[in-house]
Design a protein around this ligand. Structure first.
Ligand code: GDP
Ligand code: MN
Length: 378
């Protein structure tokens, strides 16, 4: 789950990280009102759950409330990377001296969190990672020991932070670690962390991602989830407990079990196809869940063929077949469907699907080849 900038910065501030004064607005009039309250220059920032808003025209500085209203109107009519802007954050404008990149995320390879900092902060950290990887300082955090003060000093030295800011930097780093740890985050990012012209550190931007699997113990965070910002297919998938990730290919894959789903994708690729999604309907999926999964796959207009690879164990193939039939009834798919059913009640499943105008396959290799062929025909 991603948090908006204003939500992330609110959490940062609760842990003592300095942020600019500001509030969120859904209309240009409200933005003007906030600008009046703040006085002076303000920055209007689109609240959408994608990066690079600045470059897309979603971050603008206004000199007075009238201009704030005008810029808010403009930004509220934008669509950034496909997402309409519904809210703007109106913050006191900062006078920037230096922009630093500062974040904590998970390093899966190292099996622990990593704190990352760079003096080349601002908008394009990915670019820096690519062209000047030596400018990025990384320190791994032992989750049992926590973040040690010597580690934050190493980072401060690594990014050439002025000495007089080290103590302040250490408290921000410790706070960010607490933010990350206590909220089960997978990302807590400040880009940029600035040194303003008064020589103070301020978190100008904020981004957090929370581990979905931990949301049950963060009810307050689960409640502020902004589902307007999420792909409808993913919301639908979550509702039915399906693991679904959209990809760019043309072959929709419906599989039970994450390992089998990955294998299926690999074999599709082996025969020259590209999977349109990863989808694990999970163990013991009933007809309703299968139907929901199928509808999700078919709403993707890139899908030119659907491959069902079901290995019946706890999952019963006849239940799966009933789900497929229910979905066919409802969505009337126009694309070829290839089905491979093996295991518990496979016979019954195949019998149910016999009249459904589906291409049956005996083995996974057979199924994958047929799916690739069918997808390439169109
Ligand atoms: P992002 O593009 O989504 O990462 O949005 P940011 O909030 O990080 O803003 C992008 C850039 O806009 C920052 O790196 C700054 O250079 C600039 N910016 C943002 N807020 C302010 C501000 O209050 N004052 C000034 N002068 N520049 C700002
Ligand atoms: Mn940023």
């Amino acid at each position: 789950m991603k948090l908006h900038e204003y939500q992330s910065k609110y959490i940062f501030s609760k842990y003592g990280i300095p942020i600019p004064k500001g509030r969120v607005a859904a209309t240009a009039e409200a933005a003007k009102q906030i600008a009046q309250e703040l006085g002076g220059r303000v920055v209007i920032k689109a609240q959408v759950l994608v990066g690079g808003r600045g470059k897309a025209g979603g971050v603008k500085v206004a000199k007075d409330p009238a201009e704030a209203e005008q810029l808010a109107t403009q930004i509220l009519s934008l669509e950034i990377k496909g997402l309409p802007v519904r809210k703007v954050l109106v913050d006191e404008a900062a006078a920037i001296q230096t922009e630093i990149y500062f974040a904590i995320t998970n390093d899966r390879a190292a099996r622990r969190p990593v704190m990352i900092a760079s003096a080349a902060g601002g908008v394009d950290i990915e670019e820096v990672a690519h062209t000047n990887p030596e400018k990025i300082i990384k320190v791994h955090i032992d989750p049992l020991l926590g973040l040690r003060d010597y580690q934050t000093r190493d980072i401060a030295a690594g990014i050439d932070l002025p000495r007089e800011l080290w103590r302040e930097f250490n408290s921000i780093a410790q706070a960010l670690w607490k933010v990350y740890n206590e909220n089960d985050a997978t990302l807590a990012e400040i880009n940029p962390l600035i040194i303003n012209t008064s020589g103070k550190l301020v978190a100008l931007d904020g981004k957090m991602m929370i581990d979905d699997n931990a949301l049950f113990r963060h009810i307050d965070l689960a409640e502020i989830r902004d589902i307007d910002e999420e792909a409808p297919a993913e919301i639908e998938a979550r509702k039915y407990g399906l693991s679904y990730i959209k990809l760019d290919g043309t072959i929709g894959c419906m599989v039970n079990g994450a390992g089998l789903a990955m294998t299926t994708m690999d074999i599709v690729k082996l025969f020259g196809g590209e999977p349109a999604n990863f989808l694990d309907v999970g163990g013991g999926a009933g007809a309703e869940k299968v139907a929901a999964a199928m509808k999700i796959i078919l709403t993707d207009s890139n899908v030119k063929a659907v491959l069902f690879n079901i290995f019946g164990g706890i999952t019963r193939c006849d239940e799966v077949a009933r789900g497929i039939l229910a979905a066919i009834d409802e969505v009337k798919p126009q694309v070829p469907m290839i089905v491979r059913l093996v295991g518990t009640n496979a016979e019954e499943g195949r019998r149910l699907l016999a009249d459904a105008n589906m291409i049956t396959a005996e083995t996974l290799v057979d199924a994958a080849q047929k799916a690739v062929q069918a997808a390439n025909k169109k």
